[in-house]
Design a binder for this molecule. Structure first.
Ligand code: NAI
Length: 701
């Protein structure tokens, strides 16, 4: 599993090859084995140099994140990290040259192991990624990363790497100085061996006499300029919601003023606190495990053979249709893109190429690859072209009668077992399936805009949708590299419905006289990517109004209404400010200037004499979404917490630090959440009325 071989020249090779795991992960067991091997080779006089490598396709993938979810005390965790610190120092100072032979991905703790080596040789492979992505999971690189990286790269470049959490190609890492040499696969071992033989007295720079951090120490003029700015930028980026950002800054600031040994202890202290924090646990659980489960199609119905969509038809070559054509052709799928006439269909094809042309200009895609991809898209206005398609995705205007018409026409041309999907964002799938001759093959495949960037696809099961249709749709989503969640039918399904609650709450606050700038800023500091007033301007107030009216019509007496509705009506129908496209909504959107909140907002909404404190605004904006998600669970629209969490983060940017919209309830605490909602319900109305504490606990479980 972790074995050492010794060659005739005295070069020992420690090879990681953890059985029953696709990648080498670092946990208590594997670290203990590695420690034994390192201690053995350091103590063995016959060993002149050591190569650390992997018997798998990748080097070492990093810490076993399972362990992050366990509830363990400081006393249980700390010794493990201190052991890794000692081990790293033994590699560095044991008197033998250590070389990391990086044969594939080396991330997190895996890359930190390589950083403990005196020299890093990477196999030449453009697919390999190396780096310290811990911060993206709410953790700090705690295997020495916060100490070794700034000592190698300098404080500024080091902080940037630690705070960005980017994964680098081998070439990029080589240019940065994180990798010493790149070698072809067949020669890499020989290169590593030779370096070990040639450098018997290897030491790390920080163990050499007179070592100085490149570019200046913490207490140098450049260091003293750097930290206040870095702190401010970290604060701006995290708004205090991501403790890992602050902890990384502290580790570098404190640890780099002292010896590496003390610095490593400082890092371990911060790491232990971090691992026990609910933010980290939530981010690891959702950001790592649940998202991976979704990508692996954990929701795929069993017993349906794996399928592949080779031929796709898209009805409607507008913004969404073109985007879907782009991502599908990119996955090697042959696409027919249809619109009302040939010119409109061709225009859609041009739209599909636009984001890809940008990639070519940026050197991120080859021109011949773009040409080949565009060859896979046929623009057409003729239903005959749909003959033989495995899957049709309808993305025409959001109009029930139009959708029914194109559904019937397209289904007449496709095989009985082909799937018909609608990309509708608001119309219930079961009702659209009424226009279908084969409702079992009818499903919702809901993309987000812009399609090429947004990772989520919401699959909506209508009442009659078959398991086979769900399974095949999931296979398609996986093939185009998106992350699916599967939900049941309902108004706005899951994502549009819950997101709407955020937007409507923001508008309701405006009506109550809360300063618009406060609403927008608190939304962003709470972690939402964009404030509710800006979001609704972007998507259009008239669209929101027509959706609400449709819901009202569909629900009749059961429709509950919302205090924000008058405001939307006022803006669309009286003030003629329907949103960004018209240049005016809650904001003014001048063509050649920055947007700004419409100055006359205060004329229409009297500013409340006492403004609410930021905490209350945050609770209103986040709790209302969690409450709507709980209602979706109650109505079985969403069937489990993981789908709600993943869907909220990837679908509309619910803040990552929460772990997702239902995990937020746990982060607040079930009882506190219910109490806080009850207080909000007294102040603002029934929409905040929470289910009982027991029900909240069960629904958010
Ligand atoms: P769009 O207005 O950009 O495109 C609609 C296209 O359908 C137009 O090119 C139009 O010419 C075409 N079309 C109309 N009648 C047709 C017919 N009989 N046969 C073929 N094509 C026809 O609209 P967009 O934004 O692409 O939306 C399309 C669908 O996707 C709607 O159902 C919308 O609710 C849904 N959707 C939209 C999202 C968005 O952010 N825009 C997000 C998710 C879903």
């Amino acid at each position: 599993m972790i074995e050492t071989t010794l060659d005739a020249d005295g070069i020992a090779t420690i090879t990681w090859n953890i059985p029953d795991r696709p990648v080498n992960v670092m946990n208590e067991t594997t670290m203990d084995l590695f420690r034994q091997e390192v201690e053995k080779v350091v103590a063995d006089d016959a060993v002149r140099g050591v190569i650390v490598t992997s018997g798998k396709d990748d080097f070492i993938a990093g810490a076993d994140l399972d362990t992050f979810l366990e509830d363990r005390t400081v006393d249980e965790i700390l010794p493990q990290f201190l052991m890794f610190d000692r081990l790293g120092r033994l590699m560095e100072t044991g008197g033998k040259p250590f070389v990391a032979l990086i044969n594939g991905h080396a991330l997190g703790g895996g890359f930190e192991t390589a950083l403990c080596c005196h020299y890093r040789v990477a196999v030449d492979n453009p697919k390999t990624r190396v780096g310290l992505p811990e911060v993206t999971l709410g953790v700090l690189p705690g295997g020495g990363g916060t100490q070794r990286v700034p000592r190698m790269l300098g404080l500024q470049a080091g902080l940037k790497m630690l705070l960005d959490g980017r994964k680098y190609t081998v070439d990029a890492a080589h240019k940065m100085g994180l990798i010493d040499q790149i070698a072809p696969a067949g020669q890499s071992m020989a290169v590593a061996r030779q370096w070990a033989l040639d450098n018997p007295d290897a030491t790390q720079p920080w163990d050499r006499k007179g070592f100085r951090i490149p570019g200046g120490a913490v207490q140098s003029p450049s260091g003293l300029q750097l930290f206040p700015a870095a702190n401010a930028m970290g604060r701006e980026k995290s708004c205090g919601n991501y403790p890992a950002v602050q902890a990384i800054l502290s580790c570098v600031y404190e640890g780099c003023q002292t010896s590496i040994d003390v610095g490593l202890r400082v890092e371990s202290k911060y790491l232990v606190n971090m691992i026990r924090s609910p933010v980290t646990k939530a981010m690891v659980r959702t950001g790592f495990f649940e998202m991976a489960n979704a990508r692996k199609l954990k929701a795929r119905p069993e017993g349906v053979p794996k399928s592949r969509v080779d031929k796709l038809g898209i009805l409607g070559a507008g913004m969404m249709g073109a985007g879907i054509a782009g991502v599908s052709s990119g996955a090697g799928i042959d696409v027919v893109l249809m619109d009302v006439d040939q010119d409109s269909a061709e225009a859609g094809k041009v739209r599909a190429a636009t984001p890809l042309e940008k990639r070519v200009r940026q050197g991120r895609m080859r021109a011949d690859a773009l040409a080949a991809q565009m060859d896979r898209i046929t623009a057409s206005a003729d239903y005959e072209a749909l003959d033989g398609r495995d899957l049709i995705i309808e993305a025409v205007f959001e109009d029930r009668a139009l959708k029914a018409d194109v559904t019937a026409k397209a289904q007449a041309k496709i095989a009985d077992d082909a799937i018909f999907a609608s990309n509708t964002s608001t119309l219930p799938i079961t009702s659209l399936a009424e226009a279908s001759a084969r409702p079992a093959n009818f499903i919702g495949i809901h993309f987000f805009s812009p399609v090429e960037k947004m990772p989520l696809v919401e699959i909506i099961r209508g009442d009659e949708t078959s398991d086979e249709t769900v399974a095949k749709s999931l296979d398609y989503v996986q093939a185009i590299g998106k992350t699916p969640i599967v939900v049941n039918d309902g108004r706005g399904f899951f994502t549009s419905r819950v997101f709407a609650s955020f937007v409507m709450e923001g508008i309701a606050m405006l009506k109550q006289g809360v300063a618009p700038v406060l609403i927008e800023n608190v939304a962003r500091t709470a972690g939402m990517p964009v404030g509710p007033l800006e979001v609704v301007d972007n998507t259009s107030l008239s669209l929101l109004l027509s959706v609400r009216r449709q819901w009202q019509k569909d629900l009749g007496d059961a429709y509950e209404g919302h205090p924000a509705e008058d405001v939307i009506e006022l803006f669309v129908e009286t003030l003629n400010r329907p949103g960004r496209k018209a240049g005016k909504g809650f904001y003014d959107w001048p063509e050649n200037d920055q947007k700004r909140l419409w100055p006359d907002l205060s004329e229409h909404f009297d500013r409340a004499a006492v403004q609410p404190e930021a905490g209350e605004i945050k609770r209103r904006l986040l709790h209302i979404q969690a409450l709507e998600a709980l209602r979706c669970r109650e109505e079985d629209v969403v069937t489990n917490r993981a789908d709600a969490d993943v869907g909220s983060i990837l679908g509309w940017g619910f803040p990552m630090y929460t772990g997702g919209v239902l995990s937020w309830v746990h982060q607040v605490g079930v009882e506190s959440f219910a109490n806080e909602c009850a207080i909000l319900a007294d102040a603002h109305g029934e929409r905040f009325a929470p289910p009982s504490v027991q029900d909240v606990a069960a629904l958010a479980a």
